[in-house]
Design a protein around this ligand. Structure first.
Ligand code: SF4
Length: 397
């Protein structure tokens, strides 16, 4: 493990120095997680792609005037969930923009028309339906939340998440990635992470690297996450996600982090964070699986055999068997996991009130332990083709 000062000094190392750092991080990973890497088989449920923020790199977000703006009806949600069940998924990942009803009356009308006051209430209802009517476990990603909202969502989710992305205040300034994004104020996000810990919610967070932060700011963000984990023990995984410059965004022409930057950040994260925090990088945002494995990660996150990655729709998911082969070539097995990590199943406060269901599902998963490489993972049919998805304007008409 390394100190803050040592981590800061590692910015920019390359060549043999970087190889040695990654080797050390891999050893630490192996000591804690063994020779097994994991992933969660999921369906992606983008409840709505409207959001009150405007991050400079985001292609997911649409305004209500856009023909691509949408909100999933409950029928659409359950249709997607059934597709996931049929494909062996165990996670329903709800992802949505931040408080869009505060910005767009059209969305507020949609919610009221369906009997809900806030988007969070609609999310809670949909997650409850998934739990009641399917075998999938909801993992909720609605962004920043108050403690009361977290309390409301905990009983209907197995785990929750929100990327910290960065703890840099500078990124809120004009011309920066988070300008005019009230939900990207670092202290607001850190408060959500803290409240989730106080409520014993198994929580996923992480960094989006390359959005204008300095190396030192990256280190400070990792240390803040780790400090909250030391206080509450609730950070089950940290994602290191690389920024991709996408056409049509304000940051379309910005420099993307290269592979060495990802390796360096993964390795330093592995050596700064508690070893029991799972370290993850999305496998669809870079093709060099061996380099990632040799940098200390132990998890590939959610992979969908049904739906495309709606945040990065241009990046196809890898086939699970292809990923498994890449892991094996490095001496690791690939195993499916639940959205909640096994450590938390031994801690009742973290899994109430779903404990018996989660423990039964974990036993079942272990019983069918062998990887089932059945999927031909392709980019899913986009939401715009799903007849169950409603445009909010249409819903209020
Ligand atoms: S990245 Fe998230 S918070 Fe930012 S605009 Fe897109 S949906 Fe909204």
């Amino acid at each position: 493990m390394i100190s803050r000062k040592e981590a800061i000094a590692l910015g920019g190392i390359q060549g043999k120095e970087l190889d040695d750092l990654c080797e050390y991080a891999s050893q630490v990973r192996d000591q804690t997680w063994g020779k097994q890497l994991t992933y969660s088989r999921k369906v992606f449920i983008p409840l709505t792609n409207m959001c009150r923020d405007r991050c400079g790199y985001c292609t997911f977000v649409k305004g209500p005037q856009s023909p691509e703006a949408q909100v999933m009806t409950e029928t659409a949600v359950m249709h997607r969930v059934q597709q996931g069940e049929a494909s062996g998924c165990r996670e329903a990942l709800f992802s949505l923009g931040e408080r869009p009803e505060k910005r767009y009356p059209q969305l507020q009308h949609f919610l009221e028309h369906h009997g809900f006051r806030r988007l969070i209430d609609y999310l809670a209802h949909c997650a409850e339906q998934v739990l009641a009517k399917s075998t999938l476990l909801p993992h909720l990603n609605p962004g920043t939340l108050t403690r009361n909202e977290l309390r409301q969502l905990k009983p209907v989710s197995a785990s929750m998440g929100m990327m910290l992305e960065s703890a840099s205040q500078r990124l809120l300034r004009p011309g920066q990635a988070h300008h005019r994004c009230p939900d990207k104020v670092p202290n607001v996000r850190l408060k959500t992470l803290d409240d989730a810990g106080r409520l014993a919610i198994p929580f996923t967070t992480g960094l989006l690297i390359g959005i204008g932060e300095t190396w030192q700011e990256r280190i400070e963000a990792l240390l803040l996450i780790n400090a909250l984990h030391q206080q509450h023990g609730h950070i089950q995984e940290v994602i290191i996600q690389n920024f991709r410059a996408k056409p049509g965004t304000a940051m379309a022409h910005c420099h993307e982090p290269d592979l060495d930057d990802m390796r360096r950040t993964l390795a330093v994260a592995r050596l700064l964070l508690s070893p029991r925090i799972s370290l993850q990088a999305p496998p669809n945002l870079h093709a060099d699986y061996p380099a990632y494995i040799r940098s200390g990660l132990n998890d590939w996150g959610g992979i969908s055999p049904v739906t495309q990655d709606h945040i990065n729709p241009e990046r196809a998911w890898p086939q699970i068997d292809h990923l498994a082969t890449a892991c094996q070539a490095q001496g690791y097995t690939l195993k499916q996991r639940l959205t909640v990590y096994p450590d938390y199943l031994k801690r009742p406060a973290f899994i109430q009130p779903l404990g018996p269901k989660l423990i039964a599902m974990s036993s079942q998963l272990n019983a069918t332990d062998a990887l089932n490489p059945i999927d031909q993972l392709t980019r899913g049919d986009g939401l715009s083709h799903d007849p169950h998805i409603s445009h909010p304007m249409a819903c209020t008409a």
